[in-house]
Design a protein around this ligand. Sequence first.
Ligand code: F6P
Length: 495
Amino acid sequence: MERDLKQLFQSDPRRFSKFTLENDFLLADFSKNHLDTLHLLNQEEQSRIELARKQFFGGENINHTENRAAMHFRLRRTSPMDPLDEEVISIRDRFLEFGDQIFQQKILGFSGKTIDTVVNIGIGGSDLGPKFLYDALRDFRGHSKVHFVSNVDGLAIHDVLSEANPETTLFIVCSKTFTTQETLQNAQTAKNWLVNSLSKDAVSSHFVAVSTQVDLAKEFGINESRIFGFWDWVGGRYSLWSAVGLSLVCAIGATQFRELLEGAECADHAFENDPIHQNLPVILAAVDHFYFQKNGFNSKVVAAYAHRLSMLVPFLQQLVMESNGKGIDVSGNSVNRSGVVWWGAPGTDAQHSFFQLLHQGTEKLHVEFIGVTLQPKSDNDHQIKLLSNLFAQSRALMIGEKSSFPEKEFSGNRPSTTLLLKNITPKSMGFLVATYEHRVLCEAALLNINPFDQFGVELGKKLCNELLPVIKKESNSMELDSSTEGLIQYVHRHG
Ligand code: F6P
């Protein structure tokens, strides 16, 4: 990069205040980036974002390949503005009431014992959001335990079932489409276990479903009164605000879940109304665009200096990469470069694994540090060490160090953004997650791509179904490449 970060600070004592945004939840510090201004967008880019924002909040069919709108913001609206909002709110009240009863341990299982354990069976968007927040909001949990089973690897469900008591366990089968192989397999295994342990009649007391496909959930054997629906205009990775969040409601109760929604609604208002050059998701996307599209940077590293945010990166990976990892623009033309790789791990652990590469490696990476100023349950000695590590790392990346030994030289001038949250509460998490959602929309607008479809996951699913009979030795008629054939034969010999 031509500009030198150290010099930018030296030449402007007010750089920090000029390059930070502050709101009720956090401070965003963009000053350690190679920027001369936060007015990063040209007129055309600004218009694209403004149009995308207008179409999004206007409920237009912006997911044009699937001919539907993307209106997840409606899931957190507190005051209804039209009949659809009223429907959303009434369905919200229903799943919140049920989840809150589990939270308060007022629901009984088949044999009359209190339900105290919940198993969410779902994958991708039907798993990652609630799982991240279950972890993040640990300090707000009641007494009910929640497990998350996603992988089709039988050991995932085995590990949970082997420690569960069928009389006190509730399964939430969470799947927008109710066709996802992993979820249906895990749900079937859980159902068999329950029927073998209790009785066939116990299923209605121990299974609920969350899905847009009520008929398929009924066919699976779930009682209609325990099916919580949502809408096809809610994308899986944007769905934690709907009944997909039921497992989280069971854990933290309806009141705290409503706070989560309120925090997200604050982010919606801010995104819709803040001027573009002071608009947090817009600036976050614009900084990424500056590095990834205009300056050849390759990936984004998220280092959250907060144990409670340990599951943030897996959640963000689906949100960002399933949304913007696309090869064509909205007109169907190839794009040279779309969304980049996001990865990361919590600090300080990450410092002792991959930070070597951040400081001296040759990859062009942009780092996003996340910190929390107040963590009441963490001893102050820990908290001050945690924060000084965070600040030391962004400073080290920036200032570097000269040495007469090349292996000890730090080039410095490596950029980063720091988000400093005031605390981790349902409301602040709602704000943070919704801000990331809007940032993805802005990035997609800048790239001129559709962030709301995910056809890239389909081919693998199709080929998996084709291979199943070959692996099961029910068919050998398939023409396969020698690698796939050889791997299957190895399984036949050793499996
Ligand atoms: O395979 C990808 C995907 O379709 C995600 O987009 C989605 O979140 C996940 O699978 C789970 O889908 P479902 O909720 O329909 O089971």
